[in-house]
Design a protein around this ligand. Structure first.
Ligand code: 13P
Ligand code: SF4
Length: 305
């Protein structure tokens, strides 16, 4: 079967089986093409609540599928590749954050959505890269523990100097490996290009950016900009997708190191096998976890409106 035939088979089966396919914007083009919706983490979490289908098939990493299950517990939620997990999501434990809460009851715990369902149960509110600044700004409490990404947390803290934001050592291993030297090298190669970066990058990288935002924020900015060349400081798929969508513009990945092997783990074959019932994994979470984790995701959606 070639790619086109496989895509046609998936399109037919997902209709017959009433399945909504959600794909994160880091997914490969052939997966984005068969998805009902593609978006950043925030958009996917909202779409999970509004999709009319009874089954959701997530092409992304595990915390995204867990978020869909938490928001739609009555739906069947499948992850296309069960090995796809975000390493950052598992960097902090429930015990560690519970102990912080006990010792610091006057702090609001803000969790980046890239966290496990279990960790969300002990947090107060979730944020995504696109909503972090506005949601933390809205919180009445100025004392904030922001977990797990200290780079995104640093970015939020710089935008909101009146808040007392405490950070722990965590972050995305893919974005965090980009150095200021990588930025200077890329700028030297493409002096007329605008630099667009994800806030998961280190502060010294973010400091050089013309635009800082989520995966979809970066894509929208590049599409609307009058500039013709862009250095893309996030996972390499975004530069590739933009090249397809804007053939009259040029997109250069900030570094060849920007490859998330977890996001790349899902293939079109995985999607087909999951729909056929011989691959993927159904996300199962107990009621107590769903109930407790939902509070902090609901709060994010409420404050993000
Ligand atoms: P977005 O929130 O921009 O979709 O990012 C998710 C992610 O995993 C970035 O590495
Ligand atoms: Fe997680 Fe980083 Fe991969 Fe995003 S790019 S899924 S934050 S490891």
């Amino acid at each position: 079967m070639n790619i086109k035939e496989m895509q046609e088979k998936i399109m037919k089966l997902k209709k017959e089986k009433d399945i909504c396919i959600l794909a994160h914007s880091y997914q490969a083009k052939e997966i984005v093409e068969i998805a009902d919706f593609t978006g950043d983490s925030y958009q996917l979490s909202v779409l999970a609540t509004t999709a009319p289908q009874k089954t959701i098939l997530m092409c992304g990493v595990r915390f995204m599928a867990e978020t869909a299950k938490i928001l739609s517990p009555d739906k069947k939620v499948l992850i296309a590749n069960k090995t796809a997990g975000c390493p950052m999501a598992e960097q902090m434990s429930v015990e560690e954050i519970s102990a912080f809460k006990k010792a610091n009851p006057d702090y609001t715990i803000v969790a980046y959505i890239n966290t496990t369902a279990a960790l969300k149960t002990v947090c107060d509110v979730c944020v995504t890269s696109s909503s972090a600044v506005s949601i933390v700004d809205t919180l009445e409490n100025d004392n904030i523990l922001f977990i797990p990404d200290c780079n995104l947390g640093d970015y939020v803290a710089k935008q909101l100097p009146s808040k007392n934001i405490k950070l722990l050592q965590g972050g995305c291993p893919v974005h965090a490996q980009i150095t200021e030297a990588d930025v200077l090298h890329a700028k030297e190669l493409y002096p007329n290009a605008e630099l667009l970066v994800h806030p998961e990058c280190k502060p010294e990288v973010v400091a050089h950016a013309d635009y800082i935002g989520s995966t979809v924020g970066i894509m929208n900015y590049a599409k609307q900009s009058e500039k013709k060349q862009f250095i893309i400081g996030t996972e390499i798929s975004i530069a590739e997708l933009l090249a397809y969508e804007c053939p009259n513009k040029q997109f250069f990945p900030l570094s060849k190191k920007l490859i998330c092997t977890d996001m790349k783990a899902t293939t079109l074959v995985d999607v087909l096998h999951t729909i056929e019932g011989c691959g993927g994994e159904e996300i199962i979470l107990d009621d107590a976890t769903i109930h407790a984790a939902k509070k902090c995701i609901d709060r994010m959606i409420e404050l993000g409106q």
